[in-house]
Design a binder for this molecule. Structure first.
Ligand code: B3K
Ligand code: ZN
Length: 874
């Protein structure tokens, strides 16, 4: 497919002011009548009106109430073009579409079976063109009136965006419902839902006094698991008012759960649609992590109502304008209502595991890409997570209050418009009197900057000089990058662990009140005064910039930070850094036993601290995964990484055995079915201790078995099962069977059962995963199943996926072919697992390359898949 380029952007010659859609819904054949009020932009005479349309069957076409002569319109596979229209016109089309046959899950499709399932839509990025002919681009904002007609018994619930505007009987067993959305919106935010759905609801009164009906819809067997989501919606509404002054703007806010969805969720105006994985949660069928993910994703989609919907993107290159900003808002939401430190650690782990490798490999792209051939492949860790890091850095640089003023101005300037990243920076800059133009480079330049810190203490003058240097080195695919604005949150500690004042002399670059040094060139030096002894320097507190830090810091200093840093993130970072150093030594064969205690003692000291948040303690006990430990190494030998990591984890478990036991034996005064944050944190720590003990000695498996028998929530049951599996205990297979039987009717729990087996680092993992694809609960058409089994294997079982004989690669390549014929977006996502092929040792590198080439050479490769394969090889 031809690339679309940012540089070629042209404002639309035709606007659509109003749309009326009438759907005659039926899973086999739905008829869509569309009436568009179109207006040609003044000064663009004689430009034909080109409407996007794919997989549509044309039944009728009229302009201004009459037929259009054949020479004035053209229809092809991708578009309908109308020639010689007057400057304003009414275009009416009628199309037939086939929802039940739509396995791509874009446009209008069926969730569940033809007999009992329900109809729903997914339009972002380019699904609306599979519903009707339309200028399917985000800078065409129109007012929508939607009428749905369907069989009343089969589709009792009818929903679309906006406010309800009438309903009634349509005769012949059919009924109708109409919706008017007063907010002009791009077509990607269109949605409808029709089917047999149950609901739970509540009322939320906004700060502006609007009474909003908050409704969660799900199928009958799932509605009992929607209470937590309803709660989260209200929390999100309240939080966005309090933190950013943003109120909800329709009479109702509807949320719908489906098991058939290619991604997490979708922020359609007033009618969010969720993958059930991110909406359903109860103590029997969801883990503590699931509860937190529901909170985060519900928040994320809700926050899009302002960052994405009210102010939207001019074109898809600006995707991070809404996604980076909304991820940032989601992170802040969870940080405010749950644990800031924990959320930060998780986000940084994600960044290191997923975004850094992406940014270093052939699929690297700027946060604002310059061209694409399949936009759906750009919903990446770079656009989302690195995009959120840029927003976070801006918030750090402008201060909480300045950032809020900037966002307020952004909303008031651009409400109801489709804008660019430049507009965003300009609003933040104008509100705070800052020139933020240099920040655009963060959006334009791929790659992870390296930050090198060095210091010199002058005892005589009681001064400490800190020099920061940055570089974004060239790679095979791109030249060296330019210097970027980097906020470096910094603290100095004395040898006794006390914070030292951060007083830079007058000649140094500025330091903010909260200790942020802004490095805005390649290098700068700060001279700190009144520093009597060589300090321990804590840099990038809270991970204030998404860079690789190189700091020559003694292990003893890291141990000191582990004990005394009051920034929870950097406390964790100190421990993590110590652990990674040991890992590197083991991998290189240079490990010395003397180095271990600094790390394990530091952890033990924190564990023994009664004031520590148990969730943070659990994080200290969690090593980076193999993907993260491989990141930045060339060439990677996955087997060696696996073995070195396992050795390090066993060493940790052995050294801390008594501490871990103490932790487990501590009486816990919480009901094990409580889901409040402290209860979750304690479970997290206990389960982490249990997993390590199971590594330290097989005798501890008795504790695991006890927990397996007595667990009263899914978190504990699953944690025990994972330990049995990890230890390859003789009773593990029976436990797996028990689990499957117990949860046989719960698709989301079965997904975890698939994932657990897919990620078990066994010699025969590939064969087991292949066998599980024939399990009756597995379905190739269902993205959640493909992700739970195959994507989990490819991404989270490096030992299995990278098995030296290539069996893991073949399994994934065959799966990609199979899925590509059904759901191309899911196939493309699976194919990203080959993206890092160049970093591996020669044998694996050749095997991976061979699979990529073989996939590319097959007939009927989808555009989405071809794009990933081509870029991987480039
Ligand atoms: N905006 C959607 C993602 C759409 C993905 C299209 N392939 C979900 C989100 O980020 O909120
Ligand atoms: Zn989003």
């Amino acid at each position: 497919a031809l690339a679309v380029r940012l540089a070629d952007y042209q404002a639309p010659a035709w606007r659509v002011t109003d749309v009326e859609l009438v759907f005659d819904l039926d899973p086999e054949a739905t008829v869509v009548e569309a009436c568009l009020r179109v207006e040609r932009d003044a000064g663009t005479d004689a430009v034909p009106l080109r409407l996007d349309g794919e997989s549509l069957e044309l039944l009728a076409l009229e302009v201004d109430g009459g037929p259009l002569p054949a020479e004035r319109w053209r229809l092809d596979e991708r578009s309908l073009t109308l020639l010689d229209l007057p400057a304003t016109a009414t275009v009416r089309t009628r199309a037939r579409i086939r929802p039940a046959a739509n396995t791509a899950l874009q446009g209008l499709y069926l969730s569940g079976s033809a007999a009992a399932g329900f109809l729903l839509t997914q339009c972002e990025a380019e699904g609306f063109r599979r519903i009707t002919w339309f200028p399917d681009r985000p800078d065409v904002l129109a007012r929508y009136t939607v009428t749905l007609r369907a069989d009343r018994a089969r589709f009792p619930v009818l929903l679309a965006n906006g406010n309800a505007a009438g309903a009634g009987d349509a005769g012949g067993g059919r009924h109708w419902a109409r919706f008017v959305d007063p907010h002009p919106k791009p077509s990607y935010l269109f949605a409808l839902v029709a089917g047999r759905l149950e609901r739970i609801e509540d009322t939320f009164v906004t700060a502006e006094g609007r009474r909003v009906g908050v409704v969660v819809h799900a199928e009958a067997d799932a509605i009992a698991q929607c209470g937590w989501a309803l709660d989260c919606i209200k929390q999100a509404m309240r939080w966005d008012e309090a933190r950013f002054g943003r109120c909800y703007d329709l009479d109702a806010f509807h949320v719908v759960a489906t098991h058939d969805f290619t991604m997490g969720a979708m922020e359609n105006k007033g009618l969010n649609i969720f993958n059930s994985k991110y909406l359903l949660a109860d103590i029997e069928q969801a883990t503590d992590d699931d509860f937190r993910h529901v909170l985060a994703v519900v928040g994320h989609e809700y926050f899009h109502n302002w960052t994405g919907n009210r102010v939207t993107c001019r074109d898809w290159f600006q995707l991070s304008l809404k996604e980076g900003l909304t991820v940032y808002r989601e992170q802040e939401f969870e940080s405010d209502v749950a644990s800031r430190t924990l959320r930060r650690i998780e986000d940084v782990r994600t960044l290191w595991r997923a975004q850094f490798p992406e940014d270093a490999g052939p699929l690297a792209h700027p946060v604002r890409p310059l061209h694409y051939s399949a936009i759906d492949n750009f919903y990446t860790a770079t656009v989302y997570e690195k995009g959120a890091e840029i927003v976070r850095m801006l918030a750090t640089a402008l201060g909480r209050e300045g950032f809020r003023r900037g966002l307020d101005l952004y909303f008031s300037r651009h409400d109801g418009r489709a804008v660019t990243i430049e507009d965003f920076l300009a609003a933040l800059g104008a509100a705070t009197g800052r020139d933020l133009a240099p920040w655009l480079a963060w959006y334009a330049q791929p790659g992870t900057p390296e930050l090198v810190a060095s210091g010199r203490h002058d005892a005589q003058a009681q001064r400490y000089a800190l020099t920061l240097r940055q570089r974004t080195p060239a790679t095979a695919n791109r030249p060296e990058g330019q210097a970027l604005p980097l906020p470096v949150a910094t603290a100095l500690f004395g040898r006794d662990g006390r914070r030292l004042p951060l007083r830079a002399d007058a000649a140094s670059p500025p330091v903010s009140d909260d200790g942020v040094l802004l490095l805005d060139g390649a290098e700068a030096t700060w001279q700190f005064e009144g520093v009597a002894e060589p300090p321990v320097v804590s840099l990038l507190r809270g991970y204030s910039a998404p860079v690789r830090l190189h700091q020559d810091v003694a292990a003893a200093d890291l141990a000191l930070l582990a004990r005394h840093e009051d920034d929870g993130f950097n406390r964790w970072l100190a421990v993590d850094t110590l652990g990674r150093r040991l890992f590197a030594d083991i991998l290189a064969g240079t490990a010395s036993p003397a180095a271990l205690p600094l790390w394990t003692d530091a952890i033990a000291a924190v564990l023994g601290d009664d004031g520590i948040d148990p969730a943070l303690a659990a994080e200290l006990l969690t090593l980076p995964d193999e993907a993260t430990l491989s990141e930045g190494r060339v060439p990677v030998d996955p087997e060696a990484v696996h073995v070195a990591r396992a050795r390090l984890e066993t060493a940790l478990a052995t050294a801390l055995e008594p501490d871990l036991l103490r932790c487990l034996d501590r009486p816990v005064a919480v009901a094990s079915q409580a889901i409040d944050a402290p209860a979750q944190a304690r479970r997290r720590l206990r389960n982490r201790c249990m997993a390590l003990l199971a590594r330290a000695a097989p005798t501890h498996l008795e504790r695991v078995r006890l927990q397996w028998r007595e667990a009263v929530n899914l978190t504990d049951r699953l944690a025990a099962l994972a330990c049995l599996l990890q230890a390859e205990a003789p009773d593990a297979p029976a436990a797996l069977d028990d689990f499957a039987t117990r949860h046989a009717s719960q698709p989301l729990v079965l997904d975890k059962w698939f994932s657990l087996q897919a990620t078990a680092a066994r010699d025969d993992a590939a064969e087991r995963v292949a066998a599980l694809t024939t399990h009756p609960a597995f379905r190739w058409e269902n993205p959640n199943k493909v992700y739970a089994l195959l994507l989990a294997f490819a991404l989270r079982n490096p030992r299995g996926f990278h098995r030296a004989d290539g069996a893991g690669y073949r399994l994934i390549a065959e799966s990609i072919t199979r899925v590509d014929a059904l759901t191309p977006q899911v196939a493309a996502r699976l194919a990203t697992s080959f993206g890092g092929w160049r970093r591996y040792e020669p044998v694996r590198r050749a095997q991976m390359r061979h699979e990529i080439e073989r996939l590319r050479a097959r007939p009927h490769v989808s555009t989405d898949l071809a794009d990933i394969l081509d870029r991987s090889l480039a």
